[in-house]
Design a protein around this ligand. Structure first.
Ligand SMILES: Nc1ncnc2c1ncn2[C@@H]1O[C@H](COP(=O)(O)OP(=O)(O)O)[C@@H](O)[C@H]1O
Ligand SMILES: NC(=O)OP(=O)(O)O
Length: 315
């Protein structure tokens, strides 16, 4: 009998998708290779992804349209998240299909699930926007965006200014039943894109809400719900570090959740970038014995699964 396949939820970060339309079309080719490598290793893979640059771009375009044409009401941020899921899912599923075919793998259909994620209407995050979206701006451009459009702008880790929006925690993946059916039938599923379309429940009605959920937390919930063995967060660094950016930087290979919590308390992981990844990794590792989270570079995913690199977080 075949050994049980390792079930892996992969969370793709910004470098897996690029910042512009042409960049994304190129980036997804490399991303698809890394994902299909894992399938060839014998893993069952579910793909989730971010949308920060894309949802900002879509939101700006829709706002410009409504400024030009007063008959066009502005598009809610939740609808922009839905648009970003479809746009990114389109590029990713095309690239994955092509890569599977290039390797003569014809039996795995690829599907993108438009995914709604319920959040709590009373989540305190609605009163404290923290999630950076869109492109980076200079201080001058940021001031103009604040004055002209009422955006809330924040400096982002020495890289420039970005708009920030509310980022409530994911409470429930609405389409989890459909996702599970597709995954269990052997399909390669892209789900919870951009953290999921944020909705609140009003009786039977799900109402879109103006926020962008962190894809690290949504991917963690997806991994728990699908009873995954592994949560892999693919980003722009091979490992998480303590004393990041300092001369005495120490790259982390293997951490138990107590050590990870200690490093978080000591402030080693930047909020809005590495901190949510480590928080999501710890939550997943503590959700059930045997579950492991891995943070590594997109290009190192295969070596990471083999235990050869990345930061592994376990109980
Ligand atoms: N302690 C740390 N160890 C490693 N990287 C860190 C740390 N703190 C902050 N970072 C930064 O976090 C970045 C990853 O976060 P982010 O750019 O938000 O990722 P993504 O878009 O892939 O979700 C890394 O590229 C690195 O610059
Ligand atoms: N939604 C989200 O977390 O997007 P990024 O990963 O691009 O920040």
């Amino acid at each position: 009998m075949d050994a049980k396949k390792q079930r892996i939820v992969i969370a793709l970060g910004g470098n897996a998708l690029g910042n512009t339309l042409p960049e994304q079309m190129e980036a997804v080719k490399i991303t698809a290779k890394a994902i299909v490598d894992l399938i060839e290793e014998g893993c069952e893979v579910i793909v989730a992804h971010g949308n920060g640059p894309q949802v900002g771009m879509i939101n700006n375009a829709m706002a410009a349209l409504s400024r030009e044409d007063s008959s066009q009401p502005n598009t809610p941020l939740s609808v922009c998240v839905a648009m970003s899921q479809a746009y990114i899912g389109y590029d990713l599923q095309n690239a994955l299909r092509e890569e599977l075919y290039n390797r003569e793998i014809h039996h795995i259909p690829v599907a993108t699930m438009i995914t709604q994620v319920r959040v709590d209407a009373d989540d305190p995050a609605f009163d404290n926007p923290t999630k950076p979206i869109g492109h980076f701006m200079t201080a001058e451009q940021a001031k103009t965006a604040e004055e002209q459009y009422g955006y809330i702008m924040r400096e982002d880790a020495g890289r420039g200014y970005r708009r920030v929006v509310a980022s409530p925690k994911p409470a429930e993946i609405v389409e989890i039943g459909a996702i599970r059916s597709l995954v269990d039938s052997g399909q390669l599923v892209i789900a919870c894109g951009g953290g999921g379309i944020p909705v609140t429940r009003q009786g039977n009605h799900l109402k879109g809400t103006g926020a962008v959920i962190d894809k690290d937390f949504a991917s963690e919930l997806l991994a728990e719900e699908l009873n995954a063995d592994f949560l892999i967060i693919l980003t722009a660094v091979e490992k998480a570090a303590v004393n990041f950016g300092k001369p005495d930087v120490k790259w982390l290979d293997d951490l138990d959740t107590r050590e990870a919590r200690r490093y978080m308390d000591e402030g080693h992981f930047a909020p809005g970038s590495m901190l949510p990844k480590v928080q999501a990794a710890v939550k997943f590792a503590e959700s059930k014995p045997g579950r492991t989270a891995l943070i590594t570079l997109l290009e190192k995913a295969k070596e990471g699964v083999r235990g050869q690199t990345g930061t592994r977080i376990h109980q």
